[in-house]
Design a protein around this ligand. Structure first.
Ligand code: CO
Length: 207
């Protein structure tokens, strides 16, 4: 049943209007969010709620396992629009521990349409095989792979022309975060953006 959702919506509108009668009038004027957030579709990782932000603050894209794949028109359109038109100042890739997509990528199973999507996570595993194979606890290994996947997806963000240009012109920054579903805490992985940029630009420079 979904009637309660419409009731919740009515109550939300009433709460917003009680605080500011012009709230929705102002909202209708447009958006200028400072952040682009790319996260997992997982129902527990709620983006706005866990960050404590308001409508208008964050431009959001979510897919299975927070992937940034160069031929995915969806995520690439979101990045280009956010960077070139909305002029966001920060791009965040946020993964999470206990990610079903990350776990599924390591199963020897035919998952149909998910095969090509999840294969990108297997590629992340291959890049970091020595570190990951040294971890014996399977849950710990999944969680470390979720972190490394965030790092690799940040690198994929950096490979786009729009981001390289905005970095040079106005200091756009890319961040990698992990959400811990066991504690509710958000962790900054402190990915060294300038260092990564220096190390990969020899190959991926577009501008
Ligand atoms: Co997930």
């Amino acid at each position: 049943m979904f009637e309660h959702i419409f009731k919740n919506n009515e109550a939300w509108v009433a709460r917003k209007l009680a605080l500011d009668p012009a709230y929705f009038e102002k909202m209708a004027h447009g958006q200028s969010p400072e952040y682009l957030y790319i996260g997992c579709s997982d129902s527990r990782v709620t983006a706005e709620e866990l960050m404590g932000v308001q409508p208008g603050d964050v431009f959001i894209h979510r897919n299975i396992a927070n992937m940034v794949i160069s031929i995915d028109l969806n995520v690439m359109s979101v990045i280009n629009y956010a960077v070139d038109h909305l002029k966001v100042r920060h791009i965040i890739v946020c993964g999470h521990y206990g990610c079903g997509g990350v776990k599924a990528s390591l199963q020897s199973k035919d998952l149909g349409i998910l095969n090509p999507w999840l294969r990108n996570i297997r590629d992340v595993y291959r890049l970091h095989k020595d570190e990951l194979n040294a971890i014996t606890d399977p849950e710990e290994k999944y969680d470390r792979l979720a972190e490394l996947n965030v790092q690799e997806q940040c690198i994929n963000v950096i490979k786009t022309a729009a981001v390289q240009k905005a970095y040079q012109e106005r200091g756009l920054l890319v961040h990698g975060w992990i959400f811990d579903v066991h504690t509710g805490r958000l962790k900054d992985l402190h990915i060294d953006f300038p260092r990564i940029l220096r190390s990969i630009m020899e190959i991926y420079r577009l501008i």
